[in-house]
Design a protein around this ligand. Structure first.
Ligand SMILES: NC(=O)c1ccc[n+]([C@@H]2O[C@H](COP(=O)([O-])OP(=O)(O)OC[C@H]3O[C@@H](n4cnc5c(N)ncnc54)[C@H](OP(=O)(O)O)[C@@H]3O)[C@@H](O)[C@H]2O)c1
Length: 293
């Protein structure tokens, strides 16, 4: 994994490229989001992860548009997510238009379904709305967040059904990206394996475990050994695992530090020291929800 830079990107199944390092804006207050995203863009991030539920798509869009004279729109990757509450074909379709209007952007790079709630019909309908949004040029790539393997298997079935119903190959949409809580204490081997086998890019949320693991001995030892912060070790671990980490911060110095990940490499031996078999989410885990939920 040497050779990573802040400009490193991954080619998605959709054909578009996504910058590996993202900037998360969950719990970034709307009145601070424009300056935080501005800081992130100035620090070199080119990938912003928002959601309808975060109520800050508008200031994120403003920051991206304000920077456009120096950072062209096509160099920035903007993600939003369809609310998991009240999922349906109609609400997902409406959400794409709302996000476009709120952000003031002409297209969205990635739209995700935020969580697998609402039952099978709601999930299939919401996915179809995203497929249509791609066909209409409103969204470039689509994916899901917080889907468990049972939801992912169902999505594959839905894609095949939509192909049959809508006129053939490709008409069911392409699952390009999945987003889950992933860090050493939440390795999610089953989902990672499922995604890797199908070329689905894996975004890692809560890559800093919301600051809850700074006291971990193995993490502290590696921070000391490499002369890096514990945050930088966790983010570099995520990148070297092949994930796309989405650190969040409202603190300018941390925003910058969290992007300084490219002047060191964690050895394979030390990567292994961070592996755990724990299941310790630091937030919700909709992957475990029942298929009929
Ligand atoms: N799809 C989903 O369901 C879902 C769920 C959760 C998160 N996400 C996405 O993933 C992103 C990241 O997750 P998250 O925000 O929950 O957690 P996180 O990035 O793991 O942690 C954020 C916390 O760490 C602190 N922090 C950041 N950099 C630090 C540093 N260098 N040193 C010490 N503390 C630091 C931040 O404080 P300050 O802000 O005060 O600096 C904040 O309290 C979200 O913003 C969102 O985009 C998605």
């Amino acid at each position: 994994m040497s050779g990573l830079t802040i400009h490193s990107k991954l080619k998605l199944s959709s054909g578009y490229e996504i910058p590996l390092l993202g900037f998360g804006v969950y719990q970034v207050p709307a009145d601070q989001a424009e300056s935080c995203v501005g800081e992130a863009l100035a620090a070199g991030y080119r990938h912003i992860d928002s959601a309808a539920a975060y109520r800050n798509e508008a200031p994120c869009g403003s920051a991206i548009r304000s920077a456009a004279s120096t950072i062209p729109r096509q160099d920035v990757f903007f993600t939003s997510k369809v609310r998991s509450k009240g999922m349906s074909y109609e609400s997902a379709k409406a959400q794409v238009d709302t996000t476009l209007r709120e952000s003031g952007l002409e297209y969205l790079d990635l739209m995700l379904l935020h969580a697998p709630y609402g039952g099978s019909e709601a999930r299939k309908g919401s996915w179809r709305a995203l497929v249509e949004a791609v066909e209409e040029g409103k969204v470039r790539s689509i994916g899901v967040s917080n889907y468990g393997v049972h939801h992912l298997d169902e999505l594959e079935k839905h894609i095949a059904e939509l192909e049959a119903e809508r006129g053939g190959k490709g008409k069911g949409g392409i699952l390009s990206v999945g987003q889950w809580e992933i860090h050493p204490w939440m390795p999610r081997h089953d989902i990672v394996e499922w995604s890797r086998q199908r070329g689905v890019a894996i975004e890692a949320y809560c890559p800093l475990v919301r600051g809850e693991r700074w006291g971990d001995k193995a993490l502290q030892d590696l921070a000391e050994k490499y002369g890096k912060s514990a945050a930088q070790i966790l983010l570099r671990w995520s990148l070297q695992k092949g994930y796309l980490p989405l650190p969040k911060s409202i603190t300018p110095s941390r925003i910058r530090d969290n992007a300084e990940l490219y002047d060191f490499e964690i050895s394979q031996e030390d990567m292994a020291k961070l592996e755990t078999k724990e299941y310790a989410p630091c937030t919700w885990d909709p992957t475990t929800s029942a298929i009929d939920n």
